[in-house]
Design a binder for this molecule. Sequence first.
Ligand code: ADP
Length: 385
Amino acid sequence: MEGGGLDQNGAMPGRGSESRPVEPAPATPGTSGDHVFNPSALEDLGTPGPSGGSAPERITEVGLRPVALKEFVGQGGVVENLRVHLDAAMERDEPPDHVLFSGPPGLGKTSLARIMAGELGTSLQPTSGPALDKPRDLVGLLTSLKRGDVLFIDEIHRLPIAVEEYLYTAMEDFRVEMTLDSGPHARILPIELEPFTLVGATTREGLLSAPFRARFGLSLRLDPYPAHELEQIVRRAARILKVQINDEAAAILAERSRGTPRIAGRFLKRVRDRAQIDGNRAIDAQLAEATLRSIGVDGHGLEEMDRRILRCLADHAPLPAALKTIAAVVGEMEDTIEDVFEPHLLRSGFLRKTPRGRMITEQGLRLIGAEPPLTSAQDGLPFTT
Ligand code: ADP
């Protein structure tokens, strides 16, 4: 069934119990301050996200967010595609197609959604997959949208299936239905919506159903940023925060930020704290290094949780470890390990994925000062870097 009606209790007729298994909401804050859940998506709703972060810190993140496409550093292909689509839609005086942004947390998906609304001169209504429990939760949001508004759904892969299917007719025909009364008196009330643009953000594009994905006219993937772009982002953030930083220090923060602007911003704020305590001195390489060391960030940008993951894998070597096992040992959510920590460990060559689980590489063993396991060759498990 696609689209369809919604009764007065917000249930889809005949679909009451059908819902996609939803991953549990993060229960404990992680150590990186860079959770899968994006708290900033809910800022406008006044709802703090589970990843915590002090209110002033969230406010600073909002301040650092680029507000126009020309301020958005990097992601050239994504920006170009978006530019063309927005310009063409504005020329036709039509709302743009629905857009799906995918990629790891902290790369700018929420920022791009806000930029879209800003460029179009419309409003952005933010919400998130886990916040929309039932189709009923959507009705108020959808009917409050004005022509051309952007409905932003963060973590869209976590929408229950009933809500997802209720969105189908809204996305395609700008119409939803409500069923009034029940039994022989049941009546279907069609509700016309103003044309709007749905912008979805996901760290797990693969979890979106094919029919849902097909309803997005534009699907754009964000990749980790190269260091030179992160340097520009650090320098831009420093200008906004009104702190002086030299090129060497900007390069150090950029290199350790695991390709992620949100992490670069977090590091800059910690260095700014120290610079301020030191009498508002300018940020140089020595101060940047000392600050990163003090918050447990090593020369590769690894933090304590990364090292715990590697130590867990070293304990299992030469056998691979399952994600479940790693999560239980290090005390972090499986999703967070996969989305936040693993990509950088993989890219840096400290961890590799095998069909049987995750393994530490020789490079990873060297990093944490562990010995390669003697049995690796005999076990027929090649221990490669
Ligand atoms: P996501 O939604 O992908 O988790 P956000 O859009 O919330 O990421 O971005 C996190 C922070 O990183 C933003 O507050 C912004 O300061 C910064 N940021 C992200 N992308 C860029 C960029 N391309 N240029 C400048 N700053 C960026």
